[in-house]
Design a protein. Structure first.
Length: 192
């Protein structure tokens, strides 16, 4: 599973990088630096031993893909962020999913279990109806003979599952990253 993000040139020397579906916004002094900062932000916020993120260019307009060594952990982070952003409790999500217990959904949020595609679609509909799951080519330029640097699959993951968020237009001005959920900000402060 991958999620999409964006990297774009801002005024002056800054490049912004964002993954709105996960509430992560950062910047760097080059596109490459901004992509590295985005990967670092994911790794710091997921905070799981061995969890690694690769951010690669994908398509026009500065679109990037965020790939991880542990899809369950990436899904978990996005689900929890979206649930908290939408002000839902675990019990509320369980009710929306028609479940009698919140245990199954909680296991998805902890990254204990990777949901099936249908369960992921159902979970996203329950916590963030504005998001969609879309299957896309990992490397759309491979068929045109473009550079094979992007064709490599850093973690040997299956075909991409892509999330699209509505345009939020939010960006960081802190030089690192900013996160929209209060619990994620608290986790970041505790690590400092």
């Amino acid at each position: 599973m991958m999620i999409t993000g964006r990297v774009r040139k801002e005024e002056g020397v800054w490049w912004s990088a964002e993954a709105p579906v996960a509430g992560i916004y950062t910047q760097g002094t080059s596109a490459k630096d901004a992509m590295a900062m985005l990967a670092d932000a994911f790794e710091a916020l997921v905070d799981r031993p061995g969890f690694k993120v690769a951010v690669t260019e994908h398509g026009p307009g500065g679109e990037v893909l965020v790939d991880s060594s542990e899809p369950a952990a990436l899904i978990a982070y996005v689900l929890k962020y979206q649930r908290e952003t939408h002000g839902m409790s675990l019990g509320g999500v369980a009710t929306a999913l028609g479940e009698s217990s919140r245990t199954t959904y909680a296991r998805y949020e902890r990254g204990d279990v990777v949901p099936t595609v249908q369960k992921l679609v159902d979970a996203l509909r329950a916590v963030a109806p504005e998001l969609a799951v879309v299957i896309v080519e990992r490397n759309p330029s491979a068929a045109t003979g473009a550079s094979e640097a992007r064709a490599s699959e850093p973690y040997g993951m299956p075909p991409t599952v892509k999330h699209r968020a509505t345009e939020a237009g939010r960006k960081s001005s802190t030089g690192k990253y900013s996160v929209r959920s209060a619990s994620a900000r608290a986790r970041t402060k505790r690590k400092s």
